[in-house]
Ligand binder design. Structure first.
Ligand code: ZN
Length: 146
């Protein structure tokens, strides 16, 4: 479940990109074999019999010579899961242990003068409950009546 208010700042995005292990992401969907500094395997994005999918963990990039797909770990995650960008960022942040920044929102008063809405809401709920029960007031059903 994606947080709708996730604030993607440049710093946060950079932290997620740094934390991503693109080999781990790709390995969820295909079996990779190490080939020099790169990893290669069958492309998880299209059907193929010979491996044309290549992952470069140093650059954090993937490329498929078969279907031409390529990009970074975020893009790979999006292609594999169907997540949109914010959902992908959130999922990857959680997976690779990047703290998700909270929404800055409107500035709060420092002196703790922020109105606490909960008593008001509770009072309102009480009021409506009483009103409701009053309207519904009726004689208790007599046992065995009929
Ligand atoms: Zn491909």
């Amino acid at each position: 479940m994606a947080l709708s208010h996730l604030q993607i700042t440049p710093d946060f995005l950079r932290a997620v990109r740094d934390a991503i292990d693109i080999v781990a992401i790709a390995s969820d969907h295909t079996r990779l074999r190490k080939a020099g500094r790169r990893w290669s395997g069958l492309c998880p994005l299209h059907r193929e019999k010979t491996p044309s999918f290549s992952v470069d963990p140093e650059q954090g990039l993937f490329y498929c010579f078969g279907c031409g797909a390529g990009g970074d770990g975020i893009r790979l995650h999006m292609a594999l899961t169907g997540d949109d960008f914010p959902a992908a960022i959130e999922a990857l942040a959680r997976r690779f242990g990047v703290p998700i920044p909270t929404t800055p929102g409107p500035r709060r008063p420092r002196s703790g003068e922020e109105p606490d809405l909960e008593p008001v809401l509770t009072a309102a709920a009480e009021y409506f409950r009483h009103d409701w029960s009053a309207r519904r007031r009726r004689a208790p059903t007599s046992p065995g009546g009929g």
